[in-house]
Design a protein around this ligand. Sequence first.
Ligand code: T1G
Length: 698
Amino acid sequence: MSVTTYEIIDGIGVIRLNNPPVNALSHALRDGICKAVKKAQKDASKAIVIICEGRTFIAGADITEFGKPPKAPSLPDMLNVIESSNKIVVAAIHGTALGGGFETALTAHYRIALNSAKVGLPEVKLGLLPGAGGTQRTPRLAGIEPALDMITSGNPIAAAKAEKLGLVDCVVEGELLQGAIAYAKSLAADKAQLKRARDIEIKPSKSQALLFERYRAKMAKRARGQKAPQNIIACVEAAIGQDMDAGLKTERELFMELMTGPQSAAMRHMFFAERQGAKVDGLAKDTALRPINKVGIIGAGTMGGGIAMNFANVGIPVTLIEVNQEGLDRGMGIIEKNYAITVSKGKMSEAQKANCLKLIGGSTHYDALADVDLVIEAVFENVDIKKEVFSKLDAVCKPGAILATNTSYQDIDAIAGATSRPADVIGLHFFSPANVMKLLEVVRGSASADDVIATSMAMAKTIRKVPVLAGNCYGFIGNRMLRPYGREAQLCLIEGASPEQIDKVMQGWGMAMGPLAVGDLAGLDIGYKARQGLSAEQKGDPKSYCIADALVEMGRLGQKSGSGYYKYDPATRARHNDPEVMKVVEQQAKAQGIARRAISDEEILERLTYAWINEGAKILEEGIAQRPSDIDVVYCFGYGFPAYRGGPMHYADHIGLDKVYKRICEFAKQHGQANWAPAKLLKQLAKEGKTFAQWAAR
Ligand code: T1G
């Protein structure tokens, strides 16, 4: 099947592209477009239309071709053929014209779009920049600031807005091909000029320098540690006061710098990892899904309320169950407050908020759940309470209803064992705040039915979550890896570091927040309460929790009590170092017989990140995660791991598993096998000189 066809319709040369699923600019497509445009130069066509079959206009360069030897015609070659056409070229846009796709449209002389279409330059989300003239044509057509907004955010804009900005010339409803042919005919009849963005000059002005300076500072904060946004700003700046070819030269240089760098490799890895994570190995593609038209949620607390919002936001009615009306009212209050915040940020209208709230009902009786298709339990993190809830659900819910638990640690099989239908039981682990965080760990019990797993993975995408399938163990994937990470943070603290040193290292490396600041945010009492129920053996090394226990017993619970590892300004919650904490640290170190020492930033970074990697390798060995990239998705979408480092397992591959393994063996000698016995898989791959990615592709 040819990816490009060409025919003259009503005097207009129509080039149709058909390269499913998103008309990515593969070599075949680039070659077909060049040949068709060249052919049209010599035939009877009065103008040319480029249009796509399928669900969207070109959605960008073919990311799967990146890193492979380029094949002519390159994208710039193809764009030159279009731009130098001696006949008007009209790009007809539907769906989402993105990246190289929108750059192709920008090289055409005119652009017509369906009202429902969107256009965008999302390269920054891949750690790149528009490398085919987007940074030069967009500011020439739309102005400098709109260009900076569009390219540094990477977010698409609607056709109507693009028209207002001068990026699209004509917006239509109805049948796009007809509209495009009519438009091309009218342009030809009017002898319209060959409008080329490259002919527009942006004159330098004093105000621009300030704008670029402000933008650099803004992006250094918003996209901390990322190179692409800064390179984008430099490219747009190069569009001023010089001709297009000079600007294109700068764009090419800065594009190649990103393309060959580790940040884009990591973010392209994450692009595919996110999509791969939604797939379940060994599950028949045609597994029938159970319909999810009504949902029940047990518990209207912070989590239950946040979970309810996800379903209401996509039009699925939800019934919240609480023990009493007061609990229900409190829960609804949390939900209304969350929606009010969303509306205040301009992300939702009042009408949309009202419609969502209408979809969330409540009851204090379980029999209100008699006809729901899915129930999600979000009660206190205690397995006995959860088992009680599930035995009630078993009695009330209709056959075929999916019974899910939002537990973050507990044994799915133990919970399923409280019902007569363990095949219908699954874990749906949301991350707080549940209406914001994208990650959803779908945790399969040993009895979870295939269609329950498939329905849960599909439902995750319906509610705009990023699903990852996890096996059943204490903490599943994310929280299980968090334990050794937290352990090493505590041990570095008691052995010689300070809270601010540890957090500065991890935040400087790219984490959204350091581990101790996260502890203060979540509340130190949560871990304290969880430890009360554990035996000494289960608690592990007292050195890894004695400081946290001491702080909680002093009433320092974290942000909620105004102090924890730090002191917090009551009004702004700004964090301040607190000498009182170091006194506690030194007391506890003494009590544990530890002679504190200076600990380097590098040792902190290696101990905390290698703790992740070692546990991740064990999780892979045990089959708790399907693939290393799933672990990367969990950490980038659920734990603030910097996407430009690609997740813990991609990061390990980037460092080299032999280096990681060698260092872990040193930690094992220094700190004991209990914490640092290297995972078998890590040892094997290090010896074989392989990566986790190669192991996954075996
Ligand atoms: N190249 C190759 N494959 C792509 C692709 C692309 N650009 N975009 C999507 N796919 C695959 C994807 O992997 C999945 O495959 C299937 O298409 C459906 O995607 C020079 C250098 C277009 C909004 O960044 O944002 O141009 O899993 O599940 O949810 O300046 O795909 O089915 O095997 O995401 O409906 C710039 C990336 C590239 C756009 C559709 N373009 N794509 O979303 O489907 S760099 C992008 C998307 C560039 C130039 C630069 C989305 C979508 P599979 P999907 P969707």
